[in-house]
Each structure stands twice: as C-alpha cells, then as structure tokens.
Design a protein around this ligand. Structure first.
Ligand code: ASC
Length: 150
C-alpha cells in the first residue's frame, strides 16, 4: 500500500472509531437530531396506524412503503442520546444514561417489533398488520413511559 492509501484507510478507521458524540458539535444538536428522527419515524408509523385502526382505507402498497421506512428510521434516534445531552430542551430522563443497558434493550425490542411490522406489511394482510402494529406501539409506549418525562 502506498502512503496515500494508508493515510486514507487510517482516516476512515479513525472516523468510524470516534464516539458518536463527536458527530455533534454541541448537546443541543444531539437533542434536535433525536427529536427530529422520532418525529419522522412517528409520522410514518402513524400512517400505518391510520390503516390498522381503520381511520383511512387500507392500501397494501402504502402500508408496505411506510412500514419499510419505519424499520429503517428506527435505527436513527439512538445516535442522538449521547453523554452530556440529558439536560436542555428535552424530556429525556436521566435513566437513559444511568440504566444504559436497559435503555439499549428497550431500543432493541422496538427495532425488532418494527422489523416484524415490516414483515407483516409485506404480506399485505391487514389482520397481521394490525397485530404487529399493536405490538410495536406497545414498545414505543413502554420506552416512553420509562424514559420520557411527562
Ligand atoms: C405512535 C407514536 C408513538 C407511539 C405511542 C404508542 O404513533 O407517535 O409515540 O405510537 O403512542 O403508544
């Protein structure tokens, strides 16, 4: 390997090894990021929910597209829960950081549940979508109950 290639490889390795905190200039940026990610995820989750709850007519392709987005978007918010961002314009409870393992487990549970919703949506079967939407909603709620201030 020539020197340039080595330098580039080192730079990439270094960038990926940096803590997530380094991706935000200040705590408010992390707070804004996670709120924005939650907002966008909730919007697409809600579009599936509107069909699951019969508020809008069921359209399999729309349900599928939105469930797919939710599955992808579910990976985003947690990069924003960096150390040092527990205070400010946020409802995040300190337990997110003091019970980091439990918070991580709750995150994983939600991601699994929305992945299952995505699988259900691909079947085009509204009953399966309703069931999976209900489970995913419970995951959202339990994490909010435990880790979000009123
Ligand atoms: C939503 C949404 C949430 C969850 C939660 C489920 O549609 O925005 O935060 O469902 O309300 O209980």
């Amino acid at each position: 390997m020539n020197r340039l290639v080595l330098a580039a490889a080192a730079a990439v390795g270094f960038a990926t090894a940096l803590p997530v905190a380094a991706q935000f200039q200040k705590p408010e940026d992390a707070i804004k990021y996670r709120k924005a990610a939650m907002t966008v995820m909730a919007n697409h989750f809600g579009r599936v929910g509107a069909m699951a709850n019969g508020r809008v007519p069921f359209d399999a392709a729309t349900a599928q597209a939105n469930a797919e987005l939710v599955a992808t978007l579910s990976k985003l918010p947690f990069a924003g829960f960096v150390e040092g961002s527990a205070t400010g314009d946020t409802k995040a409870k300190p337990e997110i950081w003091t019970e980091a393992d439990k918070f991580k487990a709750a995150q994983a549970k939600m991601q699994e549940d929305v992945a299952k919703l995505n699988v259900a949506a691909k079947t085009g079967n509204l009953d399966q979508i309703k069931a999976a939407f209900g489970e995913a909603g419970k995951s959202c709620k339990s994490c909010h109950d435990n880790y979000r201030k009123e």
